[in-house]
Design a protein around this ligand. Sequence first.
Ligand code: AHR
Length: 500
Amino acid sequence: MTTPKKIVVHADWEVGTISRHIYGHFAEHLGRCIYEGLWVGEDSSIANTDGIRNDVLEALRKLQVPLLRWPGGCFADEYHWKDGVGPRESRKRMINTHWGGVIENNHFGTHEFFRLCELLGAEPYICGNVGSGTVQEMSEWVEYMTFDGESPMSNWRKENGREQPWKLKYFGVGNENWGCGGNMHPEYYADLYRRFQTYVRNYGDNRIYKIAGGANVDDYRWTEVLMRKAAPLMDGLSLHYYTIPGSWEQKQPALEFDESVWYETMAKALRMDELITRHSTIMDQYDPKRRIGLIVDEWGTWFLPEPGTNPGFLYQQNTMRDALVAAIHLHVFHKHCNRVHMANLAQMVNVLQAVILTEGERMLLTPTYHVLEMFKVHQDAEALAIHGEFGACEDGGKGLPQLTVSASRKDGAIHVSMANLDPSRSADVKIELRGLSAAYDLTSGRLLAADDIRAHNTFERPDRVAQRPFDDARWTDGTLSACLPPASVAVVRLQPRDME
Ligand code: AHR
């Protein structure tokens, strides 16, 4: 038994609303994310609804997916949307040059994407093509999707089977324009952004939230230039950051790692806090009222692809390490909920830090899935202020905290989520809920833990890592006492007595 870490959650101090879009997802035409992972086609022997596989849909519905970004990623700046509408048998076949050099038959296009969002109950977020597209092409896509009157594009949409326009709020003007989206300088992109976004029109009562392509990791100059040149014309500015142990050139395997690589991964995940703080500070100079959202539209782990798979497909396994990376990120996003309006995990199925892996007709839920499922109670909740001791990992001087913690209130109930970053020591914690206005009871707790930091689910053993009740938590006199096993994530629910 170690001395418990003492933490205070201020139940009477709300710091902001945790937008549900912080729990967003990203699905690109990359590897087996869209094709096989989500889309199998109407004629598939795998049970599906309008071509979208039912098992994956059902699992995703349990996550309450609030939002889905599509079609890329790097693919977005090579995607010509007109190739992906109309009768499927006559859609263009082409090479997906960026990802694996495979045939893209365009069977999953605009109509299929909106149907997927509808089935998930998720808000669509479309990323337009600036890198290899034209202003006209982007403008016509918006017209096709959202115009309700007589026009060439809306008539074409009707011919293709969709009478009513869709509602579309989130639209990204290009992706990674500093890299695969055109290798631009920020000054040049800022001008292009100003021009392209002019023609991203609001038709009828549809109102578009325009997202400018933001910085790569710590490129603070990019953020400064974009804000200086285009802030009044944007609603959101993106940021991409991946957790990559080793380096971009020398990535590490997803399943083979020791404690030192574990710590490196945790430290790199925690870096998201610094990145958001610094980008947000620059944004504050131009937008002190925080009207513009920081849109972390790609985050997650990036390891070596699994041996024997197409390296361009970015298929990787997912362990307890990924679960901790997910918990750290979500806690950081909660902390910055006054600036971070959206964050999308990369990617939804079979690519990078996926929540679901598939193999033929089989499917499994990853440890990351479980974290998102346990944490969904924070969606649209009020984040509560937290102070205290978060301990230290025995990490040979890297200075990592042992715990990250977050708390929020929604409809009266308070949820506290905790992550123990230490791979070999449990964490005793006492969390005082200060400022409660009624008597509360501890009504449930969930835990994600395993006997090995490399534990993961396989198609042969899909439930090796799964949630279980969290028995090691007690509630006495307004204080929660808990013991978290090494490398674990937990969520508890505290409910006002009169709600029970
Ligand atoms: O998610 C994989 C790729 O990572 C995306 O296509 C790109 O935007 C980023 O570099």
